[in-house]
Design a protein around this ligand. Structure first.
Ligand code: NAD
Length: 433
């Protein structure tokens, strides 16, 4: 039976490689759509947890996982030889940066090498990992063709970016349009047909390069706009104008404007990393992506800027940063998620410690954090604890924080997220005001 027919009657077996923030929700989405899904991960612990119905990704509730398992639609394994039994394989492995901020495609390359051992006729391979334009065709395709099979005629190959917004209550795989670009029209068509089973809208594009660049461009767009508003926040602070009031007023314009908010920097797996993938690739074409690099520079400077704000705020109270007792609220890179990857809070804590401050932190989603000089555990903060601190820094605006209570008890608050806006108190120093 042809792959398109197997998709039509839902007998196609779906393999998801990399059961992380991207792969696990995708695996559950296909299982819920009635496909038999086999998840692959190199971490035995993750595989065991999936098979026990225990989710480690906040966006995937245990109930969804266990109902997929109970109905025999989902299973996980570390055994890559089972890839040959799959009809469609989605690769969702990490694409980090090296220490020198260059693209690290080692996970993608390793997986393509594994896959080339098991590839067979009429399989579909889709790369979902974020990467620079050219990865699918220039990196993946030649490795997969070591199998002796030809891309396009013997197997299909496409790129489709994951656009998941972790922690979002409004958007998920189903209602976020899926962009798909194959190495040939058949690959695009088959991949689009499969995605139509889990997503309400599929946007086919002419080639994988367009799909790859679409994803990176979306993240560059965010990075640049966040940098712009971070710069404006610093200017507003100097001019004694509230950036929060400016943003609120500008947001009243019904066209041509979209609000972005300042903060202690950018974090997560995407915005701090993906722009470098493009900037790096651009150099191959003798092209310097100045906007991208400037935005990264401004955003990466923000934790340093927040440290200077804290230092000044303590100074107005006759205190120094050295030996100050500081409670940092929020270690996650954004509200209501348990993800510390590239979190500006970690950078901020590190910088404060380097200057001799005594740091404790609270994050209801993150019990421990690893820093270069050791680890810290999240503290419960009582009213007494809050009032004993020299300064409380709101680094992540988790919804569960009772801001009024925190403001009432703390001697000094440095608010990097604007959650205290509207409160007029002498003990609050807000970023961008
Ligand atoms: N997290 C996000 O919000 C997000 C959003 C859009 C795109 N992305 C992109 O998706 C990709 C995956 O990101 P993530 O956040 O899901 O990462 P993750 O670290 O949460 O998950 C990746 C998983 O892949 C596994 N893995 C690594 N090599 C493997 C291999 N050879 N075989 C099987 N499993 C392997 C890891 O053990 C891990 O469980 C990245 O390219 C990322 O940039 C992430």
């Amino acid at each position: 039976m042809k792959l398109a027919d197997k998709i039509g009657n839902k007998s196609a077996r779906v393999g998801i490689v990399g059961l992380g923030y991207v792969g696990l929700p995708l695996a559950v989405a296909f299982a819920e759509a009635g496909f038999k899904v086999l998840g692959f991960d190199t971490q035995q612990k993750r595989v065991d947890l999936v098979n026990q119905g225990k989710s480690y990704i906040a966006d995937v509730p245990d109930t969804h996982l266990s109902s997929a398992l109970d109905n025999d639609f989902l299973e996980a394994t570390t055994n890559q030889s089972k890839l040959k039994e799959m009809d469609a394989i989605f690769i969702c492995v990490p694409t980090p940066l090296t220490r020198t901020r260059e693209p690290d495609l080692s996970y993608v390359i390793h997986e393509a090498e594994e896959l080339s051992k098991y590839l067979r006729h009429d399989q579909l391979v889709v790369l979902e990992s974020t990467t620079y334009p050219g990865t699918t065709r220039e990196v993946m395709l030649p490795i997969l063709e070591r199998s002796g099979l030809k891309g396009g005629s013997d197997f299909c190959l496409a790129f489709s970016p994951e656009r998941v917004d972790p922690g979002s209550k409004n958007y998920n795989i189903k209602n976020t349009p899926k962009v798909v670009g194959g190495i040939d029209p058949k690959s695009t068509e088959v991949a689009a047909l499969l995605y139509q089973q889990v997503a309400e809208a599929v946007i086919p594009v002419s080639c994988p390069e367009v799909a790859e660049l679409t994803k990176v461009f979306e993240n560059v767009f965010r990075s640049v706009n966040i940098a712009l508003v971070n710069e404006l926040a610093q200017l507003c602070q100097r001019m004694n104008i509230s950036v929060w009031e400016v943003i609120a007023a500008a947001s009243s314009k019904p066209f041509g404007y979209m609000p972005f908010y300042p903060g202690p920097g950018v974090g997560g797996h995407c915005i701090p990393l993906d722009p470098y993938y493009l900037a790096n690739k651009a150099r191959e074409y003798d092209f310097h992506t100045r906007f991208i690099e400037l935005a990264a520079e401004i955003n990466e400077h923000m934790p340093y800027y927040v440290v200077s704000c804290i230092m000044e705020a303590l100074n107005t109270q006759g205190k120094s940063l050295n030996r100050a007792e500081i409670l940092v609220l929020g270690a996650a890179y954004k509200k209501d998620v348990g993800d510390v990857r590239e979190s500006p809070s970690l950078k901020l804590i590190q910088l404060l410690q380097d200057k001799g401050a005594r740091i404790s932190y609270n994050d209801p989603y993150i019990p421990d954090i690893q820093l270069s000089h050791g680890s810290l555990s999240s503290v419960d903060f009582t009213e007494e604890y809050l009032s004993s601190m020299d300064c409380v820094v709101i680094a992540t605006d988790h919804s569960c924080y009772n801001i009024e209570r925190i403001v009432d008890e703390a001697k000094l608050i440095v608010d990097t997220r604007g959650v205290t806006k509207g409160l007029v108190r002498k003990n609050i120093v807000r970023l961008g005001e």
